[in-house]
Ligand binder design. Structure first.
Ligand SMILES: [Zn+2]
Length: 74
């Protein structure tokens, strides 16, 4: 899959038409309209881990991360 140049190999097209809830502001939105970014979160064992998280907007993506994690962007 990593050597494919076809977007369908990475994203199931039907999944873009499904709704999800923004983890930052609880707004419901379509995946196709969301913003995906590598974000930090606490897993089930309260360990800090990172993974791809889908947000309703870039604003929510930036609000999600602690400001100390965004230091390199300033
Ligand atoms: Zn949001």
């Amino acid at each position: 899959m990593l050597h494919s140049m076809q977007p369908a190999a990475y994203v199931v097209p039907q999944a873009l038409e499904t709704t999800c809830k923004c983890p930052e502001c609880d707004t419901a939105f379509l995946y196709a309209n969301g913003v995906m970014g590598l974000a930090h979160y606490l897993d089930a064992d309260d360990e800090v881990t990172q993974g791809l998280v889908c947000f309703c907007s870039t604003t929510c993506l930036l609000k999600w991360e602690p400001s100390s994690m965004l230091g390199l962007m300033n």
